[in-house]
Write a protein that binds this ligand. Structure first.
Ligand code: AMP
Length: 311
């Protein structure tokens, strides 16, 4: 495993791999790695010849009163995790390597970045879209891996890749959770023991809504209310919203298409996010689809009665 601090050294090394026809997978992170990151790395190692992990606490995605300065760092432990997980290259740039003096171009995402975290963290997804675009340009991976835990981030990046014709496949990896349901996050390290225990109520609420959905509940308000009822132990519920899983648009009344229930809440002074997918089974057929099915059934009946020459 090799570690690079400069773009020049990293790209020189990657050029050699690319010339050799090797498939490069990329896992962008902010470090303080845990089993959630490890799941992304494992997916890359399974699908690609070379896995690159970046560790970069990106200043442009933090607001002025957010936790940029105290974001947890543990570079040595991160190296150990990467080594045992099968990472080939680590990229650990300084902020000045990514944003040198004179830097002035940003990537501005559209409506998909407006609700949820976009509404309460102005500029956050602009910073994310900018740094991910730059990292894609530097690493030029065939595939990049992101966690479902940051659902809106995945949606923003998929849109970015489509809109800017970036030649990279985006893979979303399911959220890795503690045994009690809490989604793993580097920010969980901020939680006191008491807050850690209270943080469980977020996933408990999401799972309650998921169970009701599985049992047939489709009323979006009732699903949200059910989740909220379990989330009483948080200090402040910042948002709890049911959204279209593809566009992140609001869902009016009934959940008829894949949806995502997203939450952001403060537990103590720590802001946590989580989400759960609600995907209706593909049973509802349109009139046109029903007609096609009945025509096919009718034709099968004809074939059974008259033999295959009826086709
Ligand atoms: P971060 O270091 O928090 O910026 O996260 C880097 C990547 O790891 C992002 O794509 C996250 O969505 C992903 N990630 C973080 N936590 C988890 C988790 N619990 N399960 C799966 N992926 C995660």
């Amino acid at each position: 495993m090799q570690t690079f601090r400069t773009i020049k050294a990293l790209t020189q090394c990657l050029k050699g791999y690319r010339t050799a026809g090797l498939r490069v997978g990329f896992v962008p992170t902010m470090g303080f790695l845990h089993a959630g990151h490890r799941a992304l790395i494992a997916e890359s190692v399974a699908r690609c010849d070379i896995t690159v992990v970046s560790i970069f606490v990106n200043p442009t995605q933090f607001g002025p009163n957010e936790d940029l300065d105290r974001y947890p760092r543990a570079l040595e432990a991160d190296h150990d995790l990467c080594r045992t997980a099968g990472v080939n290259l680590i990229f650990v740039p300084d902020a000045s390597e990514i944003y040198p003096p004179g830097f002035q171009t940003y990537v501005e995402p559209g409506p998909v970045a407006e609700p949820l975290c976009g509404a309460v963290r102005p500029g956050h997804f602009r910073g994310v879209a900018t740094v991910v675009s730059k990292l894609f340009a530097i690493v030029q991976p065939e595939v990049a891996f992101f966690g479902q835990k940051d659902f809106q981030q995945c949606a923003v990046i998929r849109q970015l890749v489509r809109d800017l014709n970036l030649n990279v496949e985006i893979v979303t990896v399911p959220t890795v959770r503690e045994a009690d349901g809490l989604a793993l996050s580097s920010r969980n390290s901020y939680l006191s023991a008491a807050d850690r225990a209270r943080a469980r109520c977020l996933s408990r609420g999401l799972f309650a809504a998921h169970a009701a959905f599985q049992a047939g509940e489709r009323d979006s308000q009732r699903l949200v209310d059910l989740a909220r009822a379990a989330m009483t132990e948080v200090n402040r519920l910042q948002y709890l919203e049911l959204r279209n899983a593809e566009t992140l648009e609001a869902i009016p009344e009934l959940v008829e298409r894949p949806a995502v229930l997203c939450v952001a809440a403060y537990v103590g002074t720590t802001r946590l996010i989580d989400n759960v997918l609600l995907t209706p089974p593909p049973t509802a057929l349109s009139d046109h689809e029903l007609e096609l099915v009945s025509r096919a059934i009718g034709r099968q009946a004809t074939v059974a009665a008259e033999g295959p020459q009826a086709l």
